[in-house]
Design a protein around this ligand. Structure first.
Ligand code: FAD
Length: 361
C-alpha cells in the first residue's frame, strides 16, 4: 500500500514511523523540513496533568504509555522522564487540582517547601507547596521528530523536502495521490499531518477543519550550568533546562491556556520580560536569551485533537495541539486506521471523541 504523509512535524513523523513499521510504502512530503513548523518551536512538555476533560486526560495518559512502548522499538534519546513540579495554583485550588488528578488515577504528590528545595535547590524562594508529577517528561522536539523520521526511513520510508503539497487528488470518491507543482505523487492512502497548513488541503476536498488562531513564542537562553532537573510550572511561567544547559520557556504567561490571537508586542521585548521573570527564580546563573521563535500552534476550534478518516475514501488526518504529548498514540491509532487494522474496543473508545466528522455538516 502506497501512503503519502503530508507534514514532517512530530505528528507526521510518528504516523510515518508506524505506517512503515506496518509495511506500507511511505512517502513523507514537507514544504520546509523536518520539525520546521510548530514542532521545532515547542516547549516539549509531555504530560496529562493539563487536559480539557476526562476523555482528553485518558488520551494524553495513554500517549505517555505509548512513548514507553515506542522506546522498546527505537532509540528515544530526545525524550527524558524528568518529572514536573507545578505550583501555578495555591491553597484550595492546588488541593482541588491534586484531588481531581488523583481521582483520574494520575500520580500526584503534594510536596512542601523543604522537599521542593531538596529537589530543585537552585530555584529561589521555593513555594509553600507544589504538585509533583513523577511520570511526566520532556522531549527535545526537533531531535524527536528527526528520530521518528529516521526510524521510518530505516524501514523504507522516503522523504521529500522543500515541496508543497498543493492538493489531494481523487479518482471517483477515493484518493489517488497528492498534487505538487511537478505532478502527482500517487497514493492509495493520504494522511494530512500539516499542522496549521492542513486547512487549505482539506478544504480542497470538502473537509472542514476550523482552527483557532494561536501564536506561540518560545525562548532559549545561552547555556548555563545545570540548575534544573524537572519541568517547572510556576505561576505564569513554565520553564525547563535542556541537555545543552539552555533554559527553554514560552514567553507568554500560562502558555498552555493562552488565548492570545495576535502577538502585538515585539518578540525580543517579550523575551526580555520572560527572561527577567526567570532570572528572579534562578538567581545563581546569569541568564541571557539567545533565540526567540514564533510558531502558530495547530489548535482545532474546540481545542481538541482531530484524528481519523475524513472526506474521500483513503484520506486521514491528524492535527492537534499538545502534539508532543500525543504524537506516539496518534501515530499508533492513525496508522492502524490507514492500514485497515482493527482497533481494540479501548482504542476505538479513545479515538471516538476526536473524529473529524464533528466539524462536518
Ligand atoms: C510555543 C509552543 C509551545 C508548545 N508546547 C507544547 C508542549 O509543551 N507540549 C506539547 O505536547 N505540545 C506543545 N506545543 C504544541 C506542539 O508543538 C504541536 O501540537 C505539535 O508540534 C504539532 O505537530 P504537527 O506535526 O502536527 O505540526 P507541525 O510541527 O506544524 O508540522 C507540520 C508540517 O507540515 C508541513 N506542511 C504544512 N502544510 C504543508 C503542505 N501543503 N505541503 C507540504 N508540507 C506542509 C509544515 O512545513 C510543517 O513542517 C507547543 C507549541 C508551541 C508553538
Amino acid at each position: 500500500m502506497k501512503v503519502v504523509v503530508v507534514g514532517a512535524g512530530v505528528i507526521g513523523a510518528s504516523v510515518a514511523c508506524q505506517l512503515a513499521r506496518g509495511g506500507a510504502q511511505v512517502t513523507v512530503i514537507d514544504a520546509a523540513g523536518v520539525a520546521a513548523g510548530a514542532t521545532g518551536r515547542s516547549f516539549g512538555w509531555i504530560n496529562a496533568s493539563f487536559h480539557a476533560d476526562a476523555a482528553h486526560y485518558r488520551l494524553r495518559a495513554e500517549s505517555m504509555a505509548a512513548y514507553h512502548r515506542l522506546a522498546e522499538q527505537m532509540d528515544l534519546a530526545p525524550v527524558r522522564w524528568t518529572g514536573c513540579l507545578c505550583w501555578e495554583e495555591t491553597g484550595a485550588a492546588l488541593d482541588r487540582q491534586a484531588a481531581d488528578l488523583q481521582a483520574l488515577g494520575y500520580g500526584v504528590e503534594i510536596i512542601d517547601r523543604v522537599e521542593f528545595a531538596a529537589r530543585e535547590p537552585h530555584v529561589a524562594d521555593p513555594p509553600e507547596r507544589a504538585l509533583a508529577f513523577a511520570a511526566e517528561g520532556v522531549a527535545e522536539t526537533a531531535p524527536l521528530a528527526q528520530a521518528l523520521i529516521d526510524a521510518a526511513t530505516g524501514l523504507g520510508a522516503r522523504l521529500v523536502l522543500g515541496v508543497h503539497a498543493l492538493g489531494i487528488e481523487t479518482r471517483g470518491d477515493t484518493v489517488s495521490g497528492v498534487r505538487i507543482a511537478q505532478g502527482v505523487i500517487p497514493a492509495d492512502r493520504v494522511v494530512i499531518c500539516g499542522g496549521t497548513g492542513s486547512v487549505g488541503l482539506l478544504d480542497g476536498v470538502g473537509v472542514a477543519l476550523p482552527m483557532l488562531q494561536r501564536p506561540g513564542l518560545l525562548l532559549r537562553s545561552a547555556p548555563v550550568a545545570p540548575v534544573l532537573s524537572h519541568v517547572m510550572v510556576a505561576p505564569g511561567q513554565e520553564f525547563r533546562q535542556d541537555p545543552t544547559g539552555r533554559i527553554i520557556a514560552p514567553t507568554s504567561p500560562n502558555h498552555q491556556s493562552d488565548s492570545t490571537e495576535h502577538v502585538t508586542e515585539r518578540p525580543d521585548l517579550l523575551a526580555d520580560t520572560a527572561m527577567a521573570r526567570l532570572q528572579v527564580m534562578l538567581p545563581e546563573v546569569a541568564l541571557r536569551w539567545e533565540q526567540v521563535s514564533q510558531a502558530m500552534r495547530p489548535v482545532p476550534q474546540d481545542g481538541l485533537p482531530v484524528l481519523g478518516p475524513c472526506g474521500p475514501q483513503g484520506l486521514h488526518m491528524a492535527v492537534m495541539h499538545s502534539g508532543i504529548t500525543l504524537a506516539p498514540l496518534a501515530g499508533e491509532l492513525v496508522a492502524a486506521g490507514v492500514l485497515d487494522q482493527p482497533l481494540s474496543n479501548h482504542q476505538s473508545d479513545m479515538i471516538a471523541p476526536y473524529a473529524p466528522q464533528r466539524f462536518q455538516r
